[in-house]
Design a protein around this ligand. Sequence first.
Ligand code: AHM
Ligand code: MG
Length: 357
Amino acid sequence: MSPNASPVSLTRYLIEDQREGRIGPDLRLLIEVVARACKSISIAVGKGALGGVLGDAGEGTASINVQGEAQKKLDVLSNEILLEANAWGGHLAALASEEMDHCVVVPDEYPRGKYLLLFDPLDGSSNIDVNISVGTIFSVLRCPDDVAQVGDEHFLQPGTAQVAAGYCTYGPSTMLVLTIGNGTHAFTLDREIGSFVMTTRGMTIPEETKEFAVNMSNQRFWEPPMQQYVGDLLAGKEGPRGKDFNMRWVASMVADVHRILTRGGIFSYPLDAKCAGKGGKLRLMYEANPMAFLVEQAGGAASTGRQRMLDVTPTGLHQRVPVFLGSRREVEAAVGYHQAHDAVRATSGNVKAVTEA
Ligand code: AHM
Ligand code: MG
């Protein structure tokens, strides 16, 4: 933002979008409510040990969520903040969260709206206790018309059906990054006035990059095309890619994606032998899809390695997928390794079939 320009608050940005016909009043309200909830989460995260909010939610198995993962106190608190904030506004039909087995329908005592909200209330929560950035990720879908009883199945829409998506990162500053399908824009929380102020209009991911993000400790569990792709990145200037690459891994998807939206790079959580049975590590509906929407709107690309992320037909609320996203050319390169590998496998399968016939 230029120092002389008058600041554009999130509220003003959304009102202007409404005036120009890009969103209706209900979607504007929904985004405002999510942003307000994120401010509350930011305050709780910021208190850290002083707020008594660090550590696990319960003893032993009492803190295990639907994903089979240990919940932190802040996971539970953030989930409650988002649920409470969104229950009564009349803009939503139902909500679904990483922390809940099934969707929650807006209670009968409140008016029911036409949108569905999905969220990961506190992504990267293994980083909370060590004071590293975490974040909230959200995705908004339309509730299909004429649905008498909303259920999980109504959320199972491809990423292309998202009407809005965003994340809030709780780092040195709190930032909300949002798309309603008209570019990806960043807002920084002005803590003194309690308002999100636009700091980047139209984030743009450079097409090329020399930086990758992946958990290298999983290397031996990866599929062959991923082994080969990262092997070639590590080979640097002397290797087939002809350039040296740097590596960054925060292990908070929100923070890693925020870096990529800011300066480019490729983020990947590929299929590995440990998570293959589940389809991947990261969740399609409230992690991969909203991030893919944000990244595409910033000129980047997002793929499972074999398919455009936003085209995946979901089969479950908590479905997991492999993820490659970021600088367009680099994502295409990673996809190329998978295509080449699959093509060779298909050909050798055919040859085998012919020789056996
Ligand atoms: P979470 O939703 O339980 O926090 O898990 C998702 C997180 C992502 O933020 C991050 O990219 C990944 O898990 C880190 O995984 P790893 O611990 O294997 O590095
Ligand atoms: Mg998560």
